[in-house]
Design a protein. Structure first.
Length: 215
């Protein structure tokens, strides 16, 4: 009889150390499937924005994706399915969603273009820097800071709010005001955290090289 455990969708409760060892090579887990489901919403977002010409519906979908960003991490801890793949897959999927959606919003002019451009520039700069440092300089993985998560949280709600504010959705003026209240601090905080990652990246590169030499 097939069980969730046999399919890799459920892991029995074990200690934190042994859990990571057991799940380090698993791909078919609940948190990874949830991350994949969120990523698969990207074509639907593009369809709503361009195919249906419905920025309000696209905004609600984007807001929902932002609001559920924490779920995969919760599932990983709740079902003891923390994995090395998941630690990389989740932030990568988030960055893909963020960059593609905001680029589409810029093309559709569904939110302030200058604001979205600054967001995209920051995300691309951080994403490319981390990718190059990891692939070519052996940088060890490091976690996103609490301030970085806060900046992303603010922006993930501000941008859908701008879209609703520019649509004919009831209460659009209130959404516009709320978006500026969330968006400006979020944008400033995002650039501050990007700058603060520089010493962390340097230290992670040194740690990666030292680990390689020991091996």
């Amino acid at each position: 009889m097939l069980t969730l455990a046999a399919l890799g969708l459920y892991a029995p409760a074990v200690s934190a150390t042994s859990t990571e060892q057991l799940s380090s090579h698993q791909y078919l887990t609940l948190p990874n499937l949830f991350t994949l489901l969120r990523l698969c919403c990207l074509p639907l977002f593009l369809y709503l924005l361009f195919g249906k010409d419905d920025p309000a519906a696209a905004a609600w979908l984007l807001g929902g994706l932002g609001a559920t960003d924490w779920v995969d991490g919760y599932l990983a801890r709740r079902f003891n399915q923390v994995s090395e793949f998941g630690k990389k897959f989740d932030p990568t999927a988030d960055r893909i969603l963020f960059i593609v959606c905001i680029t589409a919003i810029i093309i559709a002019e569904a939110a302030p273009v200058w604001f979205c451009l600054l967001v995209v520039i920051r995300e691309l700069a951080v994403g490319i820097t981390v990718a190059v440092a990891t692939l070519f300089f052996g940088m060890q993985r490091f976690d996103v800071t609490w301030l970085g998560k806060t900046a992303t949280f603010l922006l993930m709600f501000a941008i859908p709010g701008f879209m609703l504010g520019g649509s004919d959705f009831p209460g659009n003026e209130l959404f516009q005001i709320a978006s500026w209240i969330l968006g400006i601090p979020g944008l400033i905080l995002s650039y501050y955290t990007a700058y603060s990652y520089i010493p962390t990246i340097r230290a992670s590169i040194r740690a990666g090289r030292a680990s390689t030499r020991r091996v």
